[in-house]
Design a binder for this molecule. Structure first.
Ligand code: NAD
Length: 294
């Protein structure tokens, strides 16, 4: 398992490919965008002329692409071009149905596959500290684990094909909802004369505590490393949060599950992005709550 192909060398796939090079793997890569190809080449990735060329000699093929349609189209081209025993690992965040369809295509071509979406963002991709939520057979996930261990600090096997995507989507629905809840609480407290630090001190050590509060706090001060201290730059962008909330809505529709708060979060983030339009950390939703309050 020493030759790895990475298709999709963007904000996430680029640094992931670079980390694999640093760990001693022979890495070939491909991206549609010139800039991504150039950055990857500078990091030691052998850039191929096409996706199929990139995977031609690979033991493991990693895709890191924007959405389900890109993964399905790419796998249609890549599966027949890869060696017989190649393992396919999709690390993109995509809808569950597309993920399961991609696994089906891999199975039909006789190749093992894993869906392994990530948590940790660009910082995690650069630092090799991602968390992977893996779906697939036990054998396929075990085969992917040594490579994922280079790229991240933890892999959780979530079950069969597509279950990594299910876990990612459910987690991020909690995140979207909880960030709004925390932000509403801070704005309400401010309006009623409560110092944000006092609210943080109470909630972070009592039943209101959650990641949105204690790690990604939407007010500057209590957590110096949170994006609110630097004008909401970096972090997990509002468009990506909205993408994940929409995936959760679509999955809830298909599964017939009532997710009132998840849908409310989608509406709130959609309206915010329409008004604001800036690509900033999703905790900037607190500004929208302030601005749309009387
Ligand atoms: P990105 O837009 O920076 O990179 C995607 C890359 O895929 C682009 O460079 C694009 O040119 C390339 N691409 C598209 N179709 C292609 C094809 N057929 N062949 C080759 N290259 C192709 O996006 P990103 O931030 O790297 O995100 C990638 C995935 O990771 C997404 O599914 C996203 O939801 C997920 N994700 C991103 C973050 C984050 O913080 N950026 C965090 C967690 C998960």
């Amino acid at each position: 398992m020493s030759r790895i192909a990475v298709v999709g060398l963007g904000n996430m796939g680029g640094p992931m490919a670079a980390n694999l090079v640093s760990a001693g793997y022979e890495v070939t890569g491909y991206d549609l965008a010139d800039a991504a190809r150039m950055t990857a080449a500078a990091a030691g990735v052998t850039v191929a002329a096409s996706g199929p060329d990139a995977v031609a000699g690979a033991d493991v093929v990693i895709t890191m692409l924007p959405a389900g349609e890109h993964v399905l189209t790419a796998w249609d081209e890549l599966l027949p071009a890869a060696p017989d025993g190649a393992l396919f690992v999709d690390c993109s965040t995509i809808d569950v149905a597309s993920s399961r369809a991609a696994h089906g295509k891999a199975a039909a071509s006789g190749r093992a596959s894993v869906d392994a979406p990530v948590s940790g963002g660009v910082v995690g991709a650069e630092g090799g500290t991602l968390t992977f939520m893996a779906g697939g057979t036990a054998d396929a996930v075990a085969a992917a684990e040594p490579v994922l261990a280079v790229l991240g600090s933890r892999t959780v096997h979530c079950g069969g094909p597509g279950n990594g995507q299910v876990a990612k989507m459910c987690n991020n629905m909690v995140l979207g909802v909880s960030m709004i809840a925390v932000s509403e609480a801070f704005v309400l407290g401010e309006r009623l004369g409560l110092d944000p630090q006092a609210l943080f001190d109470v909630a972070s050590s009592s039943s209101g505590q959650c990641w949105a509060l204690t790690t990604n706090c939407p007010v500057p001060g209590p957590v110096p490393t949170s994006p609110s201290n630097r004008g909401f730059s970096g972090g997990f962008s509002t468009p990506l949060m909205l993408k994940d909330l929409r995936l959760a809505d679509a999955a809830a529709d298909q599964a017939g599950v009532s997710t009132l708060l998840g849908r409310a979060a989608t509406e709130r983030y959609t309206a915010f992005l329409d008004r604001d339009g800036r690509v900033r950390d999703f905790s900037s939703i607190i500004e929208d709550i302030r601005e749309t309050s009387r």
